[in-house]
Design a protein around this ligand. Structure first.
Ligand code: EPU
Length: 315
């Protein structure tokens, strides 16, 4: 066998082949699509296609997808609601797993607890908590993400973070093993949950405190007003950078006069310095170049190394 043959025989993902292999291993209720445009699955609205896109209909189907990826060495990543995600223009050369199927999207209230699937929307969780007079989850109202994505990123707003309101998490290891773990056992830090880099979140039990529905509603309205007056409405991925310890990234970028800086269709928001918005026809390249310009200016002027908060995937 020549070296070239060996390369050709590597278990690389061929679009049709991979979709067929997966279709044989999962139930018909699982959605499998080839060449799925990922731009429409992200709030930034940029990025190329996923070679294979899967919405598993059950935990066994999800485990079967993971097993195929492991056995054949296919790359995969788990997509939430795409609100903290930048997919490169070449797309993702692997399997994108999205827990958007109804099976993973439940939000069930029992007393002070909300049992939520990873695909549930955070806004729906906040609304359900309010409906049941449960306080403490109002901050989830304006985060345009899923429960799974928020766990993975330990998403936060208004001084609160996801893992602060979670009692336990249902996880699947990449080998398909399911376990329930108390939230305190998960390695959660500011905008990260390390355990969820080696496991998938299937769902979580969130806990609220009994409260007055009127006060909960007032708090949600106040948060919403704060967000609409300080953050842009144009397509974005929320904050692009994590806040460095010394100063909020948005304030720093604002003070350096970088608002309005543009590369192609990507612009540093005039409303909030830590947002890059897609003004219409941005590409992922435009956004990546703009991120680099901002990082370089901040490094050169203040010696601060900005770290991206947004997840960057693809080629
Ligand atoms: N500021 C400016 N100019 C700007 C932006 C902000 O001077 O252009 C100042 C503000 O006036 C304020 C300070 O910087 O004094 C902090 O700003 P803000 O209250 O907007 O909070 P942030 O630290 O920039 C964080 C989260 C947001 C979350 C808001 C509101 C991070 C990286 N960002 O932003 O989360 O919505 O608090 O609670 O932690 C996200 O993670 O994607 C995100 C949007």
């Amino acid at each position: 066998m020549t070296r070239q043959d060996a390369i050709l025989e590597k278990p690389e993902l061929s679009q049709a082949g991979a979709a067929d292999v997966l279709a044989q291993r999962v139930s018909p209720a699982t959605v499998i699509r080839r060449d799925e445009p990922l731009a429409k699955h992200t709030t930034l609205r940029v990025g190329g296609p996923a070679q294979v896109y899967v919405e598993p209909a059950s935990e066994p189907d999800l485990a079967a997808v993971l097993a195929s990826c492991q056995e054949r060495g296919w790359r995969f990543f788990v997509l939430g609601r795409g609100s903290n995600l930048l997919v490169k223009d070449g797309g993702f050369p692997g399997v994108v797993i999205c827990l958007a199927h109804a099976h993973f999207s439940r939000i069930e209230v029992a007393g002070e607890r909300l049992n939520c699937g990873a695909g549930g929307k955070l806004k729906a969780v906040a609304v359900e908590a309010k409906r049941n007079s449960l306080a403490g989850l109002e901050f989830l109202e304006g985060i345009p993400g899923s429960v799974g994505g928020a766990l993975r990123m330990n998403a936060g707003a208004m001084g609160c973070a996801m893992l602060d309101v979670v009692e336990s998490v249902r996880l699947m290891s990449f080998d398909g093993e399911v376990q329930e773990r108390p939230a305190r056992e998960l390695a959660a830090t500011y905008r990260n949950c390390q355990t969820l880099r080696t496991h998938l979140a299937l769902g979580a039990v969130l806990r609220g405190q009994p409260g007055s529905r009127e006060i909960i509603e007032q708090r949600m309205n106040e948060y919403s007003r704060k967000r609409w007056t300080s953050q842009p409405a144009a397509p974005s991925a929320g904050c692009i950078f994590k806040n460095p310890p010394a100063i909020p990234a948005g304030k720093l970028i604002d003070e350096l006069g970088l608002k309005g800086t543009r590369v192609g269709g990507a612009v540093v928001s005039a409303e909030h310095g830590n947002f890059i918005v897609n003004s219409g026809a941005a590409t992922a390249r435009d956004i990546l170049d703009l991120i680099e310009i901002v990082r370089q200016r901040v490094r050169a002027t203040c010696g601060i190394e900005l770290e991206t908060e947004v997840e960057i995937v693809g080629e």
